[in-house]
Design a protein. Sequence first.
Length: 310
Amino acid sequence: VMETSPLELPADRVQRTAAELNCHPADEKVALRLDEEDGLRHFREYFYIPKMKDLPPIDLSFVNKDDDAIYFLGHSLGLQPKMVKTYLEEELDKWAKMGAYGHDVGKRPWIVGDESIVGLMKDLVGASEKEIALMNALTVNLHLLLLSFFKPTPKRYKILLEAKAFPSDHYAMESQLQLHGLDVEKSMRMIKPREGEEILRMEDILEVIEKEGDSIAVILFSGLQFYTGQLFNIPAITKAGQAKGCFVGFDLAHAVGNVELHLHDWGVDFACWCSYKYLNSGAGGLGGAFVHEKHAYTVKPAILHVFKLQ
């Protein structure tokens, strides 16, 4: 993360720094200068970074085996925070000393373990605590959300998604369509990039919503596309879909902890995410779900009972 003025984009910052150093923007000197000026660089010390020598067998002839790995897998599993072991040992010690009483006592009573961190999550997704539930895994939460929001009718029966949505999202939506006895080919409306292009154009997304919105029950996009890295314009898609009477939701697995989110202010109907990618919780960490408070009395409560909306 680079500290930039509100008017300076990261790309402009790179160009300016290159000009100051009288070198090409891709020169290593630019990267080193930006690292020096990075106001968040100290956070690197909070995480364990794998050493090259500890990784599975790879060609180490071109690197020093004692070097840190250059870790680009945050979209799959984040780096381990150094405090993880401390927190786990605290809970194991409590379990050893008092057994089932650990459900009710201590800094983090297990029976309300999710509630002890929901306050931290609200700032990451831009929502109030009552709109968030920390539970299950991502796809389980997606199924539960769709049970609440996908109520197809003879005229409004489609789900709109990007063609290269995460595979488990495809499977979940296929299952939901089949649950309602719908033809997947006719009801799953997938939007693809233009021929020869890699990412979706915003105008193409809006055009599909405008032309077909009357037959679309739910729009479900990723916040940040896992395959291309495209950050979708969440508020614009939400506004366009709702204007046509669609519910609009997002899979934020690769967005939460990675980009700025304001789910409540953007009016997003629902969303879900995992916590083991950019939130660094570790494999098996709790997933999260969001339902906008405006649905407290309007959506049948297939999932609403787990929120504190009412």
